[in-house]
Design a protein around this ligand. Structure first.
Ligand SMILES: Cc1cc2nc3c(=O)[nH]c(=O)nc-3n(C[C@H](O)[C@H](O)[C@H](O)COP(=O)(O)O)c2cc1C
Length: 366
């Protein structure tokens, strides 16, 4: 039976906590959007910002080389708008000078904060000395990060995994050293590079990073899908901040739920089928504004795929949506989806929970 969508959820309210600062930047909440390449683009960030509760949102990882070359694709990735604030850009690279120059370019464009990617596990990035491979190169990495911190006056953060593999857990060491050189926060996805997305997030591993630093906030990340998961992450690891990636795609209302919970111990359920369809249309509209209709139809397919799955739309209708090449075909596919509703649940009731699958198998083959 469908749940009454107006029913508030309850979960024991947490103790009041001090607001979070990244250097001089006060975050609007302790709940951050984790970067998901291909998904956490401007159109999605605008959606989650409108629902409310997002403390800070970050772009997908951006190549420092591409930024300096002014590549069209890269410049699109860093586009923003006034409501997309505070706004961080995540950069990666293997060249100290380029990383520093890219940071200065971003500061000049008014970006509020820069995040350095030290967690990306994919071969394309790690084989070139970027992403998670930096966790194996202590001196070079510290020099590079220090160079970036000293080159700009905006706050610098670093996002890492626990380490390369279970025999090289270097996150606590790096976090401690980063704090000394002026990094304002570190985010930890509680898995090693070798793990990819397999296994459970290692909360003890995140806790060790919290214990390794003096004052800077540690952002706990990984597998948070609900208010209860968020509460658990903060209680068990002692982290002050959390970031959510896949959970926000499955439920873009999660940040608002978290702030409501923190303030009252009650929170609204996530959007129903009708509200998700409205969200999808609105996000597509933002993509059209940014990329033009033709490109938006193609670019939106990836996002649309996940949304329609989470809305429990029948496979044949999802397929039809993916085949749309013109705005008329796009609208016709959506009209049929709206008419038919979900295969499980109702148009106005709560939909069954849904999790975004991740690449599986050895990281080397992604
Ligand atoms: C499709 C996808 C793309 C990702 N892209 C990035 C990225 O660009 N930069 C980054 O630091 N992490 C990236 N991540 C990792 C996430 O930010 C996050 O650390 C990870 O998904 C665990 O958090 P979650 O369980 O809340 O999703 C990506 C993850 C996925 C699944």
């Amino acid at each position: 039976m469908a749940t009454d969508i107006t029913t508030k959820r309850t979960y024991p309210k947490p103790e009041a906590k001090a607001p979070i600062y990244y250097g001089p930047l006060k975050l609007e909440s302790r709940y951050l959007l984790s970067p998901l390449a291909g998904f956490t683009n401007l159109s999605f960030r605008r959606i989650v910002r409108q629902f409310g509760g997002v403390g800070l949102a970050t772009t997908d990882l951006v190549n420092s080389r591409g930024l300096l070359a002014g590549s069209h694709r890269t410049m699109k990735l860093i586009e923003t708008c006034p409501e997309d604030s505070p706004f961080a850009v995540q950069i990666f690279g293997n060249d100290t000078v380029m990383m520093r120059d890219a940071a200065q370019l971003l500061e000049a464009r008014g970006v509020h904060s820069i995040d350095i990617n030290m967690g990306c596990p994919v071969d394309r990035i790690t084989n070139n000395g970027g992403g998670a491979s930096m966790m194996c190169r202590r001196d070079w990495t510290l020099d590079m990060v220090q160079g970036v911190v000293e080159a700009v006056s905006i706050p610098i953060t670093v996002k890492m995994r626990l380490g390369w593999d279970s025999t090289q857990i270097t996150a606590p060491l790096f976090a401690r050293e980063f704090e000394k050189i002026g990094v304002v926060a570190v985010a930890i996805h509680g898995r090693t590079r070798e793990q990819g997305f397999t296994g459970n997030v290692d909360h003890d591993g995140i806790r060790q990073v919290v214990e390794a630093v003096d004052e800077i906030p540690v952002v706990g990340n990984g597998d948070i899908k609900t208010v209860a998961d968020a509460d658990y992450m903060m209680k068990v690891t002692g982290c002050q901040v959390i970031s959510i990636g896949r959970g926000a795609l499955a439920n873009p209302w999660i940040f608002r739920q978290l702030v409501q919970w923190e303030e009252t111990g009650e929170y609204d359920p996530p959007g129903n089928f009708v509200e998700r369809l409205e969200l999808l249309r609105r996000q597509f509209g933002y993509m059209e504004e940014q990329h033009g209709t033709k490109n938006a139809i193609i670019t939106f397919r990836k996002m649309g795929h996940w949304y329609l799955k989470s809305m429990r739309v029948r496979a044949a209708l999802r397929h039809q949506f993916q085949l749309a090449r013109t705005i008329d075909e796009f609208e016709a596919a959506l009209a049929e989806i709206a008419e038919e509703g979900p295969t499980r649940g109702t148009k106005t009731g709560e939909l069954p929970e849904w999790h975004i699958p991740v690449p599986s198998g050895p990281v080397e083959r992604w």
